[in-house]
Design a protein around this ligand. Structure first.
Ligand SMILES: [Zn+2]
Length: 88
């Protein structure tokens, strides 16, 4: 509710539904996201960040939506997600 994290998460939801959304923090970048999940249950976690200001959020439990690409557990490299400032 009015928190920056809340704003970020609602922009993220729009991005997931609509394919793209501008960053709510800087208004310039696009939100990038990466799901890491179990291939069978498609439950895992989600990292999302802005490719301009590198602010982001980590969602510790998330289901991968139908049709969304994801990285299986154990397959993700350290460099896949840039160093981001966490939005609180
Ligand atoms: Zn941004």
């Amino acid at each position: 509710m009015g928190s920056k994290r809340g704003m970020f998460l609602s922009a993220l939801a729009r991005s997931i539904e609509g394919g793209a959304a501008p960053c709510p923090m800087c208004g310039k970048g696009n939100l990038r996201l990466r799901y890491v999940a179990d291939p069978m249950s498609r439950v895992g976690y989600l990292d999302a960040w802005c490719d301009n200001c590198f602010k982001g959020v980590h969602v510790s439990r998330a289901s991968v939506p139908d049709g969304m690409r994801f990285t299986p557990f154990g397959d993700c490299g350290e460099g896949d997600v840039p160093n981001c400032t966490t939005v609180n």
